[in-house]
Every structure is written in C-alpha cells, then in structure tokens.
Design a protein around this ligand. Structure first.
Ligand code: V47
Length: 354
C-alpha cells in the first residue's frame, strides 16, 4: 500500500514513512490532514479563555533559546509574591477566565513551598478555576534542587490544587540537539517519565515540540513518535503543540528559519502521525495568528486561547504580550470559515459560536 492509501485507510505510519510525508506537496499533505481533522471535529475550532501567569524569570538553568529568563540579555529579574499571583488570577477569573496557565523559570531562591503555596491560595479562593501548571522541567528542577522524588512533587501538586500539566520543557527529544540547546535541564527520558507518572494518577497533560531552530525534519519525527509511544501506554495527552522557534534576545544562533510551508507541513504531519493524541494545537503566539488560522485547514483543531498576558515567547519576539480579546479571537475564527467552540481545559464544550 502506498503512503497516501495508508493514510486514507487510517493505517499507522512508521518513522520512515513519517519522514517521507515531508516530500509530499503541501496541498496533498494538507488535504490528508484536513480529512482526519474533519472526521474527528468537523469545522469546530477549540479555544479557551485563559490567562498565562509567569511568576518568576529567575532561573538556575540555561537554555540557549530562552529570552524570558533573567540573564545578560535580560537583566530585569522579577519574582511575584503569592498575593500578586492571586490578584492576577482573581482579576482574570472575574473577567471570565476559566483557566490559569502558570509556568515559571527554575527559581533556586524560594523553595518548593513558593510554587505550591501559590496554587493552594488560588484553589482556596477560586475552586472552579482550572490550574494548569508546572512543566516537567520545573518538576525535575524542584526534584534536583530540593531532593524530592518526582512522585513526591507530583503528589504535592495534586494536594495543592494543580489540575493539569502544560506541555512545556519538551523542546526536542533528540539527545544531541537537546544537549546543545539546554544541557543540564530535564532529559527527554525524564520528561516522558514525569508525564507518565502524572497520567498514571488519572490526570491529563499536553506535549510541546520546539522546532525551527537547529533540529532537522528527522528530529521532529523522532519527537512525535516518542510521544505517540508514551500515549499508547498512558493515554494522558490531550493536545500536541508544535511551537515555532522565536529568535530575538537569546543565545542561539540560527541561520535559517522555517518557511510558512514547513510550519504548515509540520502541523499536518503531526495530525497524521499522532493517531492517538486527540488535539493538535496551533499556538497562535508562535505561529502568528495568520498562520494559526490557516493551520486549521492543515490538521489543527485548537488555537489555545485569549491568554491576556504572555512573557515567554513575547520576550523572544512574538506578538503576544497582551493576548487577544475574546471578540476578536472569535471573529477571526469565524471569518476563516470555522466554528469557534469555547472549551474548558479538558476539552468539554462550553459554548458553540455558530
Ligand atoms: O518549553 C521558550 C518555549 C515553552 C522560546 O500546554 C520558546 O497548553 C519559541 O510550553 N521560541 C513554554 N518557544 C510554553 C509552553 C506552552 C505554551 C502554550 C500552551 C501550552 C500548553 C504550553 O516555550 C518552553 C519552550 O519550548 N520557548 N523560548 C522561543 N524563543
């Protein structure tokens, strides 16, 4: 059976076949991915009303791609108090946010309780606000820095009110590329182990892949296949999020950036290869809103959310510092021919905007 027939018959593709997909022309690939997307979700495009909070940029680790953590290029250190974090969460909740997405740098100054106490305070005051927090990289950092096992940290997160885990810190799993980008941080095996442990408690998480820097196509396919293998075992990933590398204010020298064509192909291939992860998220912050809207026709069914404030990627050049208004977001999805569906963090539908 040739590659296209295999996809049409919903047969699983292996690594080599995954890589071959890049040789298909963009429109053939897009059409194949779109057929799968439409079979699963029709013309629905999911989003949520969320608020990103990045409580500190003080970081013990050094990732070459990062423009967010305080460093020579970003001398403005900050660490929020619990009261400041709670105030942001409360204001967002009062304006309709259903989720706070809390990701910090790896702060060696304030202890595990600084992280957990913030979650507890939010949960106590706003029990219905979904807390998506703590990347596997943060969990690994706390474990290394303070001598807790992954299980202990995960149990503390659950006791403190964390509902789901974001997909950050995955970067690219290939060990050689990863070592160059962020040696010393959570390894690929550890990242996968932490998510598996989280899933084993009946909890959901996301998975990202940072691409468009020094990796090549086969590294991306390897990354996607490793996620597919874990998902076969644990079933806990809600969404896969290819993050397009942003190039400003960091220490990574990249000569060539991915074209729009390469980015769209990567979304489409993710949709085709990941037959067991339901949602493919075109995170508009890194793809740009224009390309994210087009990605809806190349396999993506989720555009993340309104975000309100965003620091990690906007520090590196993305146009996302102030999020996007709900009306604008809904209008853009509608005008692109899709049906906006507000979802909660676990993809239950809250409102369909016909
Ligand atoms: O892991 C850092 C990435 C991630 C850059 O789970 C960069 O729903 C591009 O994981 N260019 C954190 N990306 C953000 C993240 C995320 C975002 C949205 C939704 C979800 C989710 C998760 O940001 C890091 C890293 O890969 N990042 N620097 C950069 N220069």
């Amino acid at each position: 059976m040739n590659l296209i027939d295999k996809i049409k018959n919903r047969k699983r593709l292996n690594r080599e076949e995954g890589l071959d997909l890049y040789n298909l022309d963009l429109f053939t690939l897009g059409k194949l991915a779109d057929e799968i997307r439409v079979e699963k979700f029709g013309k629905k495009s999911y989003f949520n009303i969320n608020r990103h909070i990045n409580p500190t940029n003080v970081c013990a680790d050094i990732c070459k791609f990062c423009a967010y953590s305080a460093s020579r290029k970003n001398p403005n250190q900050y660490t929020m108090t619990h009261e400041e974090i709670l105030e942001i969460a409360t204001n967002s909740y009062n304006q309709g946010a259903k989720e706070v997405h809390i990701v910090s740098a790896h702060n060696p100054n304030d202890g595990v309780e600084w992280y957990m106490g913030a979650f507890r305070k939010i949960k106590e005051k706003l029990p219905s606000l979904h807390i998506k927090a703590m990347t596997a990289a943060e969990i690994d950092f706390l474990s290394r820095e303070y001598g807790y096992s992954y299980d202990e940290i995960i149990d503390m997160m659950i006791d403190s009110g964390v509902d789901s885990m974001p997909g950050g810190g995955a970067e690219i799993f290939d060990e050689k590329i990863r070592d160059y980008l962020c040696k010393g941080k959570v390894t690929s095996t550890q990242w996968l182990e932490i998510h598996e442990k989280w899933h084993s408690r009946g909890r959901m998480s996301n998975a990202t892949m940072l691409f468009g820097h020094i990796e090549n196509r086969s590294h991306r396919i390897d990354h996607i296949i490793r996620l597919r293998e874990l998902q076969d075992k644990s079933g806990g990933f809600n969404a896969f999020i290819p993050l397009v590398y942003q190039k400003e204010n960091n220490f990574l020298k990249v000569k060539e950036f991915p074209t729009a064509q390469e980015i769209l192909k990567t979304y489409a291939i993710s949709r085709i290869l990941l037959d067991n992860i339901p949602h493919i998220k075109a995170y508009w912050v890194t793809a740009s809103i224009n390309l994210a809207l087009i990605a809806q026709e190349f396999g993506a069914d989720d555009l993340d959310g309104t975000i309100e404030k965003e620091t990690i990627q906007s520090s590196a050049g993305a146009n996302s510092a102030n999020g996007m208004s709900q009306d604008e977001f809904i209008g853009l999805i509608k005008n692109s021919g899709f049906t906006p569906v507000e979802r909660d963090s676990l993809y239950n539908e809250l409102k369909v905007y016909n």
